[in-house]
Design a protein around this ligand. Structure first.
Ligand code: ASP
Length: 317
């Protein structure tokens, strides 16, 4: 019997000092929910789903309620869940009426021959499998209305270069990472039976165009799990991560002999070297080896093993 492991992230960005406590508390709650399941012998998929759902319910994160708003002031959510034991996967994107998109992803994983549903089709699938549909306004918090308004005012004043399709439209050279909150959440787990799983959930980027889907819920981009390589979840500026299929890039390196720590660092280095991208990654293999890397000023994460809990908001030098 394996000793279970749960590794979580709550975004990688220039997190201000006054946001750290809320992120650490949210991650601690998510670890507690997921690890309790692992200790009782539940699957890695169960633990990842539970941990991510806790963070979706926590307004501190850009997932579920409290997410960034689209350009037209709505919340549109994306999530993916993958089981490394059998490669079963469920994904949803652009859902507006589900409180916990990771639970909808779980329903797709469990009950559909398909892998990925979007928009109203995803909502209908979730409803047919027992999930309640809510009003989009229930996902919106005042902080995010204000943040969107401030961003759009800056755009009008020409303080944001919208010609570059980079992080929320900012010019790559002038990228102001303090503006770029990347609070996407994710988890990877190893269960007692020796299987791994991964999940990622996001509200995407601030003032995104309606219908835009980032890396988080795309298989192999923001999330992937295979017992034969590793489980991975990413956060950060989605477009470069997608172009490099970075999650799969990293797990393939583990399969080729790199440690998860080496593969995570190599992936983040590659993201920056190739496309000037910023982000963070957590990685775990079925031998219980973990990796974590980011090139953003900070990344929020938590790790629970049989030896206890470690919580951190790491800072780049
Ligand atoms: N990767 C997410 C996206 O581009 C954003 C984030 O990580 O916060 O949608």
């Amino acid at each position: 019997m394996n000793s279970p492991i749960l590794l979580i992230h709550g975004g990688a960005w220039a997190m201000p000092d006054d946001a750290i406590a809320a992120h650490e508390a949210g991650i601690a709650n998510a670890l507690a929910a997921g690890y309790a399941l692992l200790e009782r012998g539940a699957s890695a998929v169960d633990a990842v789903e539970a941990a991510v759902a806790v963070m979706e319910d926590d307004e501190a994160f850009d997932a579920g309620r409290g997410s960034f708003l689209t350009r037209d002031g709505r919340v549109q959510l994306d999530a993916l869940l993958m089981n490394g034991a059998n490669l079963r996967t469920g994904g949803v994107a652009c859902v507006e009426r589900l409180k916990n998109p990771i639970c909808a992803a779980r329903l797709v994983l469990d009950h559909s021959p398909h892998v990925y549903f979007v928009g109203t089709g995803a909502e209908r699938f979730a409803m047919q499998h027992g999930m309640a549909l809510i009003d989009n306004t229930e996902l919106i918090v005042p902080r995010e209305r204000e943040r969107l308004m401030a961003f759009q005012e800056a755009e009008l004043e020409g303080a944001v270069d919208t010609t570059f399709s980079g992080p929320v439209g900012l010019d790559k050279e002038k990228e102001d990472v303090t503006l770029l909150s990347h609070d996407t959440v994710g988890a990877v787990a190893l269960d007692q039976h020796g299987h791994i799983a991964a999940g990622t959930s996001t509200g995407g980027t601030l003032s995104k165009a309606p219908g835009r889907v980032g890396d988080s819920s795309l298989i192999g981009c923001g999330c992937y799990a295979d017992d034969e390589s590793a489980a991975v979840s990413l956060t950060g500026w989605g477009e470069p991560i997608m172009k490099l299929v970075l999650g799969k890039w990293a797990v393939d390196r583990v399969a080729a002999g790199a440690t998860p720590a080496e593969a995570a660092q190599a992936a983040i280095d590659y993201l920056y070297a190739r496309l000037g991208g910023h982000g963070g990654m957590i990685l775990l293999d079925r031998n219980g080896r973990v990796g974590l890397a980011h090139n953003t000023p900070r990344m929020a994460w938590g790790l629970q093993t049989a030896d206890g809990v470690q919580l951190g908001v790491t800072r780049n030098p």
